[in-house]
Each structure stands twice: as C-alpha cells, then as structure tokens.
Design a protein around this ligand. Structure first.
Ligand SMILES: Cc1cc2nc3c(=O)[nH]c(=O)nc-3n(C[C@H](O)[C@H](O)[C@H](O)COP(=O)(O)OP(=O)(O)OC[C@H]3O[C@@H](n4cnc5c(N)ncnc54)[C@H](O)[C@@H]3O)c2cc1C
Length: 429
C-alpha cells in the first residue's frame, strides 16, 4: 500500500476557482516539534485541528497533507450536505443508531455554518434543499419506503409529477421524484480551502507533504521524506491510507467514485435543466448518479465506482459521457471539461473508525462516501475525546463507532463484486 493517494486527475472545482481564491501551499522543510500532529487536511483533519486549537490555546498543532490544498477527496466531492440520515443514498440504519447519525450530521452542519459565518468563508453556501429521484421500479419502491420513514418522523416533502420533473430538473429518465428541504449545497473546494485558510495561527498547515514514515515513541516521529515532525500526540485523519500506518486495515476498504463537470453552458442549454439557477439531485438507487446544476452555469455529474484503484479520466470520461447522455438526451453536447475521481474509505456497516488506537495515537476514518458533515462532526468530536471533554453526542459516538470486520483478500474482492452485481441487478428490476 502507498502512504497516500496520488491522483491521475485534478478536481474541476479547484480548476474553476479564480486567481487568488486558492489557499496558499507551504511544504514542510526541516524538523518541527509540536504538541499535536494531524495527518490529513480533509474535513476530518481540519475540524480536529480547529477544535484542538480551542482546547489547547498557544500549543503548536501541525496539520499535514500529501496533496496541494483542497486536492484530496474533500475538494473532489459533489458538495451535498444532507442533514438527515434517511435521505442519504446509503441509509441502512434505523432506531437509535440512525438518530445518532442524524445528530452527527446536524452537528456538522451547525458547526460548519457557524465557522463559515464567523470567518467569512465564501463557498457558494446554498440552503436550497434537494431532489430525491428514482429511475427504476426498485427505486420507486425504495422511494416509497423513504417517504414512509419521513412521514413517521413528521418530515415534510413535495412530490413531483412527471411534468414537474421535466419542468424543474429536465431529467428524462426519472420516473419519481420528491423535493426535500434538508440539504445545503456548497462549492466543496472553496469550502475546504476556506476552512484551511482560516485556521488559527497556532495551526501550521503543510501541504504537498506526504507522511511516509511513522515511528512510535515519546514523542512520536512522523517522516515526510527527509523532513521530520516530533509530536506528543498524533491524529490520523487520512481516510483511505489509514491502514498504511497500521490501523483500520481489517475494517475499511477503498472505493473510488467519479465526477464530470461541463464547460459553462449557454442560456438555451441551461434552460433544459429547468428555470432555477441551481439545484441538486441524489438518487435512491445506490449506484445512481448525483447531479447538480451549478450557479457557475455548469453541470456536475457524479457516477460510477471502482474498487481499490482509480480508473484514469480516459476510461471514466466516456463512461460518464454515456450515462449523462442517457439521462439528458435533449442536450446538444454531453462534453465534460473536467473529469476526476476521488478515494473513499468504506466500512461494512457504515460505522466510522473513531478514537484512541494506542497511547497518544488517535484515528478517524470511514466516511462511507458522504463525509462532508459526518467527518466534520467526527473530527470535532475526536478532538473532544483527546481533550477528555464529554457530551451525550460523544458518548453515543463511542457506542456506535464500531465498524465490522471485513475479510481479507481474496474474499474481500469477491464480496465487493458480489455486492456490486446485486445492486446492478436491483437497478434492472
Ligand atoms: C466524486 C466524489 C463526490 C462526493 N460527493 C460528496 C457529497 O456530495 N457529499 C458528501 O458529504 N461527501 C461526498 N463525497 C465524499 C467526501 O469527499 C468524503 O467523505 C470526505 O472528503 C472525507 O473526509 P476525510 O477528511 O475523512 O477524508 P479526505 O477528504 O480524503 O481527507 C484526507 C486527506 O488525507 C490526506 N492524506 C492521505 N494520506 C496522507 C499521508 N500519508 N500524508 C499526508 N496526508 C495524507 C489526503 O491527501 C486527503 O487530503 C464525495 C467524494 C467523491 C470522490
């Protein structure tokens, strides 16, 4: 296993940022001594570092990332922030576990909202809800099931007729859709870059600085090529590469998903996606695409998965093009300006890897494909765990953060193929 994910593609979200909007990159040089070293500057690591700074004012916290700022999965995501677990694509849990998951999502949303307001982070924050759609019979059944759960919780939604679907989102293939208020949409690269740029001064951020060595000691030592950091406490928030450092290998696996972003579209093309300037759609079918009409006059299309390895844009570009043209046959062009993939850590039961791994070593992973809110909230809670703070949410997190064992290879690959085949079959029904 490699210590970090070197991508074959770049995130379109970063490419469309204007000059001066990107966060400054500084590489680690020489040696440093810190109280805390946080590995991974995605949503988990940034939240953990910010919260640690609140508990330990004046203490040095080093935050390291292998890639340029915002080029990890955080800046590659689609920017959906759904704050109720029932409405997520992979909503398996019920009862107290589902209530805990919703509490996590809502705490992540509240914290992000407070942070971006207090720090003036401009990330196209749009509190506009989202559409949930289905394209298959199985999907229609799942949507009905979701609506029954929402009815049970007293959560309102608006059902769309076929005419509404065509007028509001223009998706030819969708047979059923509802609109739900529970979603905020963001420009994810601007969000993560804004969060990084506004960390307190005691947090030193080093990007393009891959940790490739970890020696346990007192203090611990992290190697970044020939450079070194000595830290009393190490916090791993590095998502899929956690097993490289000896933790989580039997509880998480790596999956990639892919996105394409179109060039700016003319008025005529934009009108084919309805009259609203922006919207977002997530599917009920687990393998279905997520789509967004963007304020930047572009269209975002996320679809497809691969296990363990990133497939190159030359492979995924034609695939995304094909699925996009099936869904929106009325468009003149289905060209993407940017196509990229991103790595996700998946646990078997959706529970995160969270907490103390060994003396003064902590870890957080297992975003399970939608981690903006989840990993933000858990990163904050991990800092609270380190600081020995307590809260009902932290108590519940300790209780529910129990990812199941995943068998090793070759059983692991077989299990992944079996599950994907099962989901594809369900989509044909
Ligand atoms: C195409 C796509 C669409 C998505 N859409 C959504 C969405 O709409 N909503 C949503 O909630 N989630 C979405 N996600 C998932 C979301 O991006 C992740 O769940 C989230 O980024 C996980 O946060 P994290 O901090 O755990 O990991 P990451 O964001 O992956 O951060 C971990 C960081 O650790 C760094 N790292 C790894 N190894 C090392 C090392 N050895 N040394 C130093 N640094 C290291 C990485 O470079 C990375 O930046 C999407 C993901 C993809 C790929």
């Amino acid at each position: 296993m490699r210590p970090y994910t070197a991508y074959d593609s770049v995130s379109g979200w970063n490419q469309i940022q204007k000059e001066g909007q990107r966060c400054h990159d500084e590489q680690l040089r020489g040696g440093r001594r810190a109280k805390f070293a946080v590995v991974g500057a995605g949503f988990a690591g940034v939240a953990a570092a910010r919260r640690l700074a609140e508990f330990y004012p004046g203490q040095e916290i080093v935050l390291l990332d292998a890639l340029p700022a915002g080029e990890g999965a955080a800046g590659r995501s689609s920017g959906f922030m759904l704050d109720r677990v029932e409405t997520k694509i992979d909503a398996r849990n019920t009862g107290p576990q589902a209530d805990w998951q919703t509490a996590i999502l809502q705490s992540g949303l509240a914290w992000l909202h407070d942070t971006i307001s207090a720090r003036g982070i401009d990330c196209d924050w749009q509190d506009i809800g989202h559409y949930k759609t289905s394209t298959t019979l199985q999907g229609a059944r799942e949507l009905d099931h979701l609506l029954a759960r929402l009815d049970g919780k007293g959560i309102s939604y608006r059902r769309l007729s076929r005419l509404d679907i065509s007028a509001e989102i223009g998706a030819a293939q969708c047979t059923n859709a509802v609109w739900l208020s529970n979603c905020v949409l963001v420009q994810p690269a601007r969000l993560i870059q804004g969060l990084l740029a506004t960390l307190p001064d005691q947090v030193k951020v080093y990007t393009n600085s891959a940790v490739d060595r970890f020696d346990i000691g007192n203090p611990h030592t992290l190697g970044v090529g020939p450079h070194e950091i000595k830290a009393d406490v190490v916090v791993f928030c590095n998502n899929v590469t956690l097993p490289f450092f000896g933790y989580g290998g039997q509880r998480q696996l790596t999956v990639y998903t892919y996105a394409g972003m179109t060039p700016e579209l003319d008025d005529q093309e934009l009108a084919k996606f309805g009259t609203a300037t922006a919207w977002g759609v997530t599917p009920v079918e687990r393998l279905g695409p997520t789509t967004r009409k963007l304020v930047s006059r572009r269209f975002l299309f996320r679809a497809g998965f691969s296990y363990k390895k990133e497939l190159p844009p030359s492979h995924m570009g034609p695939y995304l093009h094909h699925v996009y043209s099936q869904r929106y046959p009325q468009l003149k062009s289905h060209a993407f300006e940017y196509v990229w993939g991103g790595a996700l850590s998946m646990t078997r039961n959706g529970a995160p890897i969270f907490g103390r791994m060994a003396r003064n070593i902590y870890a957080l992973s297992g975003c399970n494909a939608s981690g903006i809110l989840k990993m933000t909230a858990l990163g904050k809670l991990l800092a609270e765990e380190i600081a020995d703070a307590d809260s009902p949410l932290l108590t519940d997190t300790r209780r529910f953060a129990r990812p199941q064992w995943i068998p090793p290879e070759p059983l692991r690959s077989l299990a992944v193929s079996y599950n994907v085949a099962r989901m594809k079959k369900a989509m044909r029904n």
